[in-house]
Design a protein around this ligand. Sequence first.
Ligand SMILES: Cc1cc2nc3c(=O)[nH]c(=O)nc-3n(C[C@H](O)[C@H](O)[C@H](O)COP(=O)(O)O)c2cc1C
Length: 198
Amino acid sequence: MAVIPKILVFAGSVRSGAYSGRTADVAQKELAMQGAEVTRISLADYPLPILDEDLEKEKGVPENAGKLGGLILSHDGLLIATPEYNGSIPPLLKNTVDWVSRVRRDGGRPVRPLAGKVAGLCSSSKGHFAGVRCINHLRAVLVRCQMEVVTPECSVPEGANAFDEDGHFRDERLHKSMEHLCRTLIETSRMLSTRIEA
Ligand SMILES: Cc1cc2nc3c(=O)[nH]c(=O)nc-3n(C[C@H](O)[C@H](O)[C@H](O)COP(=O)(O)O)c2cc1C
């Protein structure tokens, strides 16, 4: 029997009405429709201080980074929907990835939560370029964290006009690219499943 992949979905913005949050909503629905078991979280529920190695030495890795690490370990893949700040990764998302990359133990076991996990990426912005510069940077960072980042992406331009009243993409081409991304993420997560049940 085929494994039902577990995918963790979150956005790189906690702004109310964020385009990345709305993109994550579309991804969440599409992944569930294609048969994945989906967990949706908000990074607002995992506040973290700015990473500072003195702080890390003094107090260790924050509890919320450990919680996120444990959650990632119990999933096969991640779907991240990011905004773009100054052509790159917004600080909330980068800081979260950096802290999780410092998690080394989970309930006494040695772990690397991100290593070997599969990631699918979406970007969005209020402008024409749809956050495509950020998505390339994010891909490079996640590969550096030993993640398997799938090739298809879904980048949403003109966030203010991209969604209809029901939260669907107005542009059919965006819908197709989300379908393709989700299909690839599910297939790859199924093939490379390394999840550890919580
Ligand atoms: C500090 C900052 C830098 C930004 N830089 C970019 C940028 O490089 N490219 C872009 O398309 N939009 C940029 N924007 C605009 C964002 O696309 C817009 O604020 C968007 O709504 C943020 O994502 P969210 O809706 O998911 O919160 C920037 C916004 C901020 C606050």
